[in-house]
Design a protein around this ligand. Structure first.
Ligand code: NAD
Length: 332
């Protein structure tokens, strides 16, 4: 049974999510985070997410205890077969951290940044080995959602991109190559377009955060998991498909009721967004909401697996790989 050591630098929401995905794969984690109490917080996050990871399916050797805590990013860089950086979304912090990792890691170790939108070319500036730096942008919760956007910078080598596709596929994820280097990549551009509109509608007093979430979860959200926006609208056009759809609704796209620019984040707007979502939480803690979200995601993905659609395809794939790995482990 082959095993790997995955280095995680920054173990907040995303770094700890990577830890659970990697541990569920039966690999070792070596981690570092400079935050006070970060080691204990990582252990808590792993414990909280482990039931969901178990329901998704554990590979032979999967063990939440296979985490080594390092005293520096250099120590992680020297010990890891793969480095995943998940420090705060701040170009200055990331660049100085990446330089330390690059100085210490053997030249062939790939360094992937979890950044949600920074340009890899800028993150790679000044590195000894810019060819091994790329973006591997995951989605929260990383231990359940399979999407990871792989974005190369000008200096990134084809070998590093190929290694990323192989690595994320091995973690039973869906690596989506971002073919053109742009800020925000693909998925966050879409999510933020929707979020900007939400902020305007709340800011203008048109609807509450709860009403806008209802406008997604009872309708479009259910379709998106299966078919995304475009194939969904192809069907909404009936037999005429997307052409009919654009003919019918295209003119409405030119009406001035969508906003591309975000509204100013005034104190009042921040308050309306925060109190609105707190009211929606209805006293449920973040841990309770996470568990509810995780069970829903597992259910949706399992349901999609019956028709082999979207993320459901990877549920079937994961089950098959775990079974095959179990047989191999039995022969060892
Ligand atoms: N939260 C999301 O939904 C999400 C999704 C995809 C990608 N991301 C990206 O992942 C990265 C991490 O985001 P997050 O949501 O986990 O943030 P977070 O605030 O939960 O965690 C950041 C962690 O980085 C640590 N940190 C601070 N300075 C550091 C340094 N110099 N070196 C290493 N670690 C340091 C902090 O102690 C903290 O534990 C960001 O680049 C973010 O854009 C976030």
């Amino acid at each position: 049974m082959t095993t790997r050591t995955i280095g995680l630098v920054g173990t907040g929401v995303i770094g700890s999510g990577w830890a659970v995905r990697v541990l569920a794969r039966g690999y070792d984690v070596v981690a570092w985070d400079p935050g006070d109490g970060a080691e204990d917080r990582l252990a808590d996050s792993i414990e909280r997410a482990w039931p969901a990871a178990t329901e998704l399916g554990l590979f032979p050797g999967a063990d939440p205890g296979r985490v080594g805590w390092a005293d520096s990013p250099e120590e992680v860089a020297k010990a890891a077969d793969w480095i995943q950086e998940s420090a705060p979304e701040d170009e200055g912090i990331k660049r100085s951290l990446l330089r330390r990792l690059d100085d210490a890691a053997p030249p062939r170790t790939v360094i992937a940044s979890s950044s949600s939108g920074l340009l890899p070319t800028r993150l790679a500036e000044g590195l000894r080995h810019p060819e091994r730096l790329l973006i591997g942008h995951p989605f929260n919760p990383v231990y359940l959602l399979p999407l990871v956007e792989v974005a190369a910078g000008e200096a990134t080598s084809a070998d590093a991109v190929a290694a990323a596709v192989e690595h994320y596929d091995d973690l039973v994820m869906h690596p989506l190559i971002v073919r053109n280097e742009i800020e925000g990549y693909l998925s966050d551009r879409l999510q933020e377009a929707l979020w900007r509109e939400v902020l305007h509608l709340v800011n203008d007093g048109v609807a509450t955060t709860a009403e806008l979430d209802d406008a997604v979860v009872y309708g479009p959200g259910l379709r998106w998991a299966a078919m995304g926006t475009n194939l969904t609208f192809h069907l909404a056009g009936g037999e005429g498909g997307m052409r009919h759809m654009l003919g019918q609704f295209g003119p409405a796209l030119e009406l001035p009721w969508t906003h591309m620019e975000a509204p100013e984040l005034t104190e009042e707007l921040i308050e309306a967004m925060a109190t609105g979502t707190e009211a929606q939480a209805g006293g449920r803690t973040v841990a309770e909401l996470e568990r509810q979200r995780d069970l829903s995601l597992l259910g949706v993905m399992r349901a999609l697996s019956t028709s082999g659609i979207g993320a459901g395809r990877l549920i079937t794939e994961r089950d098959a790989r775990i079974q095959a790995a179990g047989k191999t482990a039995g022969q060892d």
